[in-house]
Design a protein around this ligand. Sequence first.
Ligand code: HEC
Length: 141
Amino acid sequence: MKRTTLALTIGLLCGFATLVTTSGVSAEAKKKKRSLTVSQMMSGLVKPKYVALKEGLSKETISKDDWKALATHAALLNESSYSLMQDDRCPDGDWKEAAMILRKASNDVLANIAKENATGALKAVEKMTLSCKNCHAAHKQ
Ligand code: HEC
């Protein structure tokens, strides 16, 4: 099989697996495969990166190295918006909506960081806070 055909076949199979999973047809396909719990993702990744971003952007002077670190924090928060949607972690529309706010806001933060615009980035962080609040209101005990 040609490489492109193989890639296409695998892609189609993955798409099919997703379809089966989301429609709830196969319990086996729905089984969790990742070790990371949502609680661990929050305490070990989302919260520390969120705090580091907020604190770093509030500093009076931000060096080149600081901007680089800030971009890493924002990109990891963006990545967590994908992890939150994977491995059958998303239970409903409230969750998805909050994850999408996190995704968009972290991208806005990144765009502002690229321009070294701390004020703009902090505004985007405020929007990101809405994702924490909304998801916790619906899903955190
Ligand atoms: C899409 C849903 C969702 C989003 C978005 C979200 N959280 Fe969470 N968070 C949860 C859930 C669910 C829990 C409870 C986890 C548990 O106890 O099993 C939680 C728990 C936490 C905890 C407690 C972790 C622990 O020690 O158990 C912290 C801290 C936290 N979130 C911070 C944040 C921050 C900061 C943001 C925003 C940047 C955020 N979360 C965004 C769903 C979300």
